[in-house]
Design a protein around this ligand. Structure first.
Ligand SMILES: [Zn+2]
Length: 130
């Protein structure tokens, strides 16, 4: 399912943010980003220098803005670390670093692959609740 027109601004903003993160991380990769009606987001390497990120619509509509940004950072982390580091310690270290740099997150709680709680200076800004 394709993005609705009213979501375009967000899509462009998030793409710019993602590209900015990649540049700062010295990645030469470019990305395209799409909101899709799926359960999980993806990061697909189309070529050595181009990736397609998808973010599920529910991450945008059913959660907080902070969660949406953290979801984007999760997929961008995949672009940076590459496919061989699926949610391992290296991946999480990079993701945690980016969450701190771009969202000021000071504490990240993980549930296997995904963040379940995000804390900024002692304040819980996202809590999955289970
Ligand atoms: Zn992932």
């Amino acid at each position: 399912m394709k993005t609705k027109p009213e979501n375009k601004t967000d899509q462009i903003f998030l793409m710019a943010l993602a590209q900015d993160i990649l540049k700062t991380e010295h990645s030469k990769k470019t990305i395209e980003l799409e909101f899709v009606d799926v359960r999980y987001g993806t990061c697909e390497e189309k070529t050595d220098f181009h990736c397609r990120i998808t973010i599920p619509l529910w991450a945008k509509t059913r959660r907080t803005e902070s969660y949406l940004y953290s979801y984007l950072i999760h997929e961008v982390t995949h672009v940076i670390v590459g496919g061989c580091h699926m949610h391992d310690r290296y991946f999480k270290a990079k993701e945690t670093k980016l969450l701190k740099e771009y969202m000021g997150i000071t504490q990240v709680h993980y549930s296997r692959a995904y963040v379940k709680k995000l804390i900024r200076n002692g304040q819980v800004i996202y809590d999955r609740g289970y």
